[in-house]
Ligand binder design. Structure first.
Ligand code: NAD
Length: 351
């Protein structure tokens, strides 16, 4: 298969490229490298990878690569509410206008499958205590989610049997990839606690689903191969129903790993995003099952820091907006080998 992946150098993109190449497919990666190109350096000499440093909005740079492609996996975007707020016009241009254009080019080239990376945050705030599913109303509460919802709608209206679409509403991502991000809940909290910082949690009672970055990459693969039957487009939540967590539950998973972590909770009664998601559809129709859980992701990130494999966790490459700057005492991970940290942990307290 020949697969065009936009946003190929990103957090999910780089993991997806690795997976596709590992399975023997040809990959055309397109990315403007907003966060650098480190994530693909180890793959640069792979015979099945072609990388194109380009803006996805540029027809001359992008269109020729769509010829004879079996699928377009559209991941390129301005990602996350804070990043989208920084320049709303740019966000609309990349997340919506460019997606419409890319879809048109894919149709013109006769690419059979278009995969779109959407988000479960489209659900906004659920009503009651149940679970939302793909048929639940969408209530976008940010420009980011608005652009995702708008393009989902566009895809359902403009897909054809010749270029059918699979919309994947990803859970919030965690875990390590060639472009690990530390601005997402599980990774950020684990990193801060591993560095010996006190965590301040706002609104610990609000729910969200989480999914490991490599499982999301696997869902892309499943989406490419999925038989849509008579449909020209379909939508799937990506994750597992057992992996819905409140922020407090995430913290508890991290405190299990770091028993003396220091955490304080700040009461917050309203959060526009509060959703528990059902993932039966992707399990039943695609046979998709996750391979990792949040506690495993916590362990993975904890080790990256404790082993000293990622030293400057506040480097811009790990963030989609300028990172917060800390006045740290020496980070726990810098204090010495893992064994000695047990003592350091005992000196800290759980509030
Ligand atoms: N990370 C999450 O929790 C999450 C959750 C739900 C959905 N998603 C979606 O998954 C996709 C990938 O997210 P991610 O976490 O890997 O984000 P990311 O920011 O790590 O990657 C996005 C990539 O897109 C590239 N890009 C941005 N604008 C571009 C442009 N104009 N032309 C070419 N490339 C451009 C960036 O350089 C970056 O490499 C996005 O569409 C995002 O909305 C992510």
């Amino acid at each position: 298969m020949k697969v065009v992946v936009t946003g190929a150098a990103g957090y999910i993109g780089a993991a997806t490229v690795e997976l596709l190449l590992g399975d023997g497919h040809e990959v055309i990666g397109i990315d403007s490298l907003m966060h650098g190109g480190q994530s693909l350096i180890h793959l640069a000499d792979h015979e099945n990878l072609q990388f194109v440093k380009a803006d996805v909005r540029d027809p001359e740079a992008v269109q020729p690569w769509l010829e004879n492609a079996d699928a377009v996996v559209h991941l390129a975007a301005i990602v996350g509410d804070p990043a989208c707020r920084m320049d709303p016009d740019h966000t609309r241009s990349v997340n919506y206008d460019a997606s419409v254009a890319l879809h048109g080019w894919a149709k013109a080239a006769g690419v059979p499958r278009f995969i779109f990376a959407s988000t479960c945050s489209n659900y906004g705030k659920m009503e009651g205590d149940g679970f939302v599913n793909e048929d639940s109303p969408l209530r976008p509460v940010s420009l980011y989610a608005e652009t995702k919802v708008a393009f989902e709608k566009y895809l359902f209206e403009h897909s054809t049997p010749e270029t059918s679409a699979v919309v994947l509403r990803f859970s919030t991502v965690y875990g390590h990839s060639p472009r690990t991000r530390f601005d997402l809940t599980v990774n950020e909290f684990t990193k801060d606690i591993a560095k010996g910082r006190t965590l301040e949690i706002f609104g610990e009672q609000f729910w969200r689903p989480y999914c490991h970055v490599r499982d999301l990459a696997r869902s892309v693969y499943a989406g490419i191969n999925y038989d849509l039957g008579e449909d020209t487009a379909d939508v799937f939540n990506v994750g597992d129903t057992s992996e819905n967590y409140t922020k407090k539950m995430i913290v508890e998973a991290i405190v299990d790993r770091f028993p003396n972590a220091s955490v304080s909770y700040v009461r917050k009664d309203e959060d526009p995003r509060d959703y528990r998601v059902n993932f039966d559809k992707i399990r039943d129709r695609m046979g998709f099952r996750i391979t990792r859980t949040v506690p495993q992701g916590v362990e993975e990130i904890a080790r990256l820091i404790e082993f000293g494999l990622i030293q400057d966790t506040e480097d811009q490459q790990f963030y989609n907006i300028p990172p917060r700057r800390y006045e740290d005492t020496p980070a726990q991970a810098d204090r010495g080998p893992v064994k000695r940290q047990a003592k350091a942990r005992q000196r800290r307290r759980v509030k």
